[in-house]
Design a protein around this ligand. Sequence first.
Ligand code: MF3
Ligand code: CO
Ligand code: CO
Length: 274
Amino acid sequence: MLQRNSRLRLAEKERNLMRAACRFNAEVMDFIRPHVLPGVKTADLDRMIHQYTLDHGHVPACLGYPGEKFAFPKSCCISVNDVICHGIPGAYELKPGDIVNVDLTSIVDGWHGDQSETFIIGEPEDVDDLARAVTQCAFDCLHISIQALEPGCRVSAIGEVIVDHVRKTYGDFGIVEKYVGHGIGADFHQAPNVPHVPSAQARRDRLHPGICFTIEPMINGGTIKSEIDSRDGWTVRTKDGKPSAQFEHTILMTEDGPEIMTLTENGPQYGHKF
Ligand code: MF3
Ligand code: CO
Ligand code: CO
């Protein structure tokens, strides 16, 4: 256990490998962002992401990722409206008023970068207030929880900030508990679990310098209850059909505080209004 945990603390050389993986993953997001438009099929976005990744000599981590029933069949997750996460790209054509999350993970020289963004399709007036509010809420939860981190802090600091913000600003929006952030590195998903509401384990786990992890809050307009599509074994939907939004970054805790490794100047920055 001790040895496993100490393996999670990366030395400078490994930190630079993670920086390179995350920089590439963020470059893929920069590449796909202008293509997330009305009339585009989610399978088209997946194909572009797949090809871009291979063209640069890297590997899409989602493709073939093992699941309970089936391996994941595509190179990214695309989750529209009431899909919370793990949406499978397919024939669905984006239309004005949709909110769509694109979740990308690349493997670069054996190291993983993982991030997601939710996009509002069409003009601002096309999207209803609830869909916009969950999008804003998920974005703010990601960034204010990053701001709250200090070297050696408890993982539960993340959930505390998120619960506090959501309850104060959005009343009873659902903060998804079943799907969580995670440690990341040579493995896609590793210790520690990073829940978006405080848990007993997260109060024990600490974010020491050298630890890499994701924060990826999923915020629902209604219930946190969800259902996995029994036909594809992956797509997670809200039980009440209300919209859900998510944002994700991969973060390295350094001696000076958190470093967002998957952020570029082209993506939405802290304070962005949707
Ligand atoms: N990218 C997701 C995450 O943030 C995991 C997707 S696994 C897949 O952890 F198999 F669905 F792609
Ligand atoms: Co992800
Ligand atoms: Co993740």
